[in-house]
Every structure is written in C-alpha cells, then in structure tokens.
Design a protein around this ligand. Sequence first.
Ligand code: NI
Length: 174
Amino acid sequence: MAILPIVQYPDARLSTPCKPVTEFTEELKTLAADMAETMYKAPGVGLAAPQIGRLIRMVVIDVSEEKNDLRVFINPVLSPVDEELIEGEEGCLSLPGLYEKVKRPAHVHVKAQDLEGKVFEYDCDGLLAVCIQHECDHLDGVVFIDHLSRLKKSRAAARLTKMRREKAREAKAE
Ligand code: NI
C-alpha cells in the first residue's frame, strides 16, 4: 500500500468529469487500498479518485469513529430520498483548512458497484449522506465551494490562497 499525493485546488483535474470504471481489475483494488490509506493518513472521512489524479468514478469513505467501516463506491449514482435539506460545515483534503456551510439533501439513495463489479444499493443519512454527496461531486468535477454564492466562493478561494502563503512563509522561517 502507498500514501498518494493529494491534488490541490484549483488543479484542472478537480474540475474535470471522471470516466466510468469498466474493468474490475487487481490494479483497481490496489488503487482503492492506496486511496483508503491516503484518506486515513490525512486524516479525512472521504476521498475521490480525481483527488489522487485518477479521473475515474471511484470514491472511498469511512465516517465511523473507530475507522473500521471502509466503504468503496464505484460508478455511484445518487438520488434524494425526500425533500429534506441539511446544512453542515464541509472541508476537503484538496482545499485544506477551508470550512464552509453547504446545504444538501439530508437523505440520499446510493446505487454503486463494489470492487468485484457487483451492484449494491441503500439509503444514507447523517454524515454518510453528506460525505457521499461531497465525494460524488468530485467525480463530476465539482468541489464544495462551487455550491456557494459567487461572492462567498471568491472570498473562500482568497482565504485559501492567504492560508497557503502563510504556511509557506512559516515553513521557510523554520
Ligand atoms: Ni473533497
């Protein structure tokens, strides 16, 4: 297994729609394991393939407190279960340090394939529902700040630039 470098916003790979997975190979399993290791190490609760530079429709998620509930979703398709919306603070490993409130459906149905290509489906709520929507957005070239108003998004992007500049300055001073 390996820790992979995480693609940082606004890299073009984060705004490119990803291709469906058609072959369920050993290489795909290794990639999923590496993505999981990278996510746990970060640490984060979800990671999408484009975030490690692979433009394919695969995400890994673990929202459990014990970090023992790894879920892999390949070619996931989401649909809201009802009309309820929930607003929660989101962050992203490709925009580290930035947290913004995003409103999304509170309950979603997911249909996806596992690493063997077998189809599964179930309803999600709570943090899993939020996380799976955030990760599936990545597969369509969407990051969470794309859900903000244009003004809020440009302020958030400016804050990210400022944080990066400060971090670089600190690193230099050390
Ligand atoms: Ni993200």
